[in-house]
Design a protein around this ligand. Structure first.
Ligand code: SF4
Length: 273
């Protein structure tokens, strides 16, 4: 395990659920991301490569600075300090896409949507509708698992002010596009949490071979779009793209998002055949 206040967890050093090893190839720029994503031989190796990426200077600096400084409430905890790889069922029926990990959430716990209030709402809902084994997701290695579902972010490093730049989004896109492509054979529904994820998933779906309507439908809660299944899909039926308001503190505090609203979206995703 890393020493106290390390900027990141060394790959393969014993962190639970760490997909990487010391020999996992590291992307140091946009061209590396394109190449390493394209050449990843399988989902496990793709996630390993995602988890050690250093292609965006600003985001690497930020995620590691946060991991060293830490929030007072977590001062005694080691921070992951690395990109957050896709996580969940390797052959999911439902793919859940968010924008980016939180500085003291995923960047601390090493798992997507884990360790912050948004994740608390999200996992509670997934558990209520039978898509998560436990009602909470606390930390990598806590026994939580998704049931027929998988989560990924459009940008895999925690950005300052939760705002990745357009260049950072573009740089990270090949990781998501390749993951979408790899799970396409089983996916029947894609749920986008928030408008930024909605924007970010569109080019990834296109690259993965989905047929997309034009113009792009506007994001909204419970908005549904039918996508033509890609050649890699194991079925010819349309794939459902679902919009869902992000369970951010701002949205949940103000009542813009309620438990019932989240549950309804995930029930729709769960029951889509
Ligand atoms: S945001 Fe994506 S491309 Fe940029 S360093 Fe993180 S994992 Fe790499």
């Amino acid at each position: 395990m890393p020493t106290a206040h390390a900027p990141f967890v060394p790959p393969g050093s014993g962190w639970p659920e760490d997909p990487a090893s010391p020999g996992t190839p590291v992307a140091h720029g946009p061209a590396d991301v394109i190449e390493l994503a394209a050449e990843a031989p399988g989902l496990g190796e793709l996630c390993a490569r995602q988890s050690v990426c250093r292609a965006c200077d600003r985001l690497v600096e930020w995620r590691e600075k946060v991991a060293v400084q830490r929030r007072r409430a977590f001062a005694d905890e080691e921070y992951w300090g690395r990109p957050i790889a896709g996580w969940g069922d390797p052959e999911p029926r439902i793919l859940i896409v968010g924008l980016a990990p939180a500085a003291h959430g995923g960047n601390r716990t090493g798992r997507i949507f884990t360790g912050d209030r948004s994740g608390d709402w999200l996992f509670a809902s997934l558990h209520r509708v039978g898509l998560a084994a436990l009602p909470t997701s606390v930390h990598a290695g806590d026994g939580q698992r998704l049931i027929g579902a998988r989560m990924a972010a459009t940008v895999r490093c925690a950005p300052p002010d939760n705002k990745p730049t357009p260049v950072e989004r573009t740089t990270c896109l090949p990781w998501l596009a390749r993951e979408v492509e790899m799970v396409a054979p089983s996916v029947r529904c894609v749920v986008c949490l928030g408008g930024f994820a909605w924007q970010g998933v569109w080019p990834a779906l296109r690259q993965a071979g989905y047929g997309l309507p034009r113009p792009r439908p506007k994001f909204g809660h419970a908005v549904e779009v039918e996508l033509t299944a890609p050649p890699a899909a194991s079925h010819p039926e349309p794939v459902l793209l679902l919009g869902c308001y992000h369970p951010s503190q701002q949205n949940t505090f103000t009542g813009r998002v309620t438990e019932e609203m989240l549950d309804a979206v995930f029930v729709r995703a769960r029951d889509h055949r």
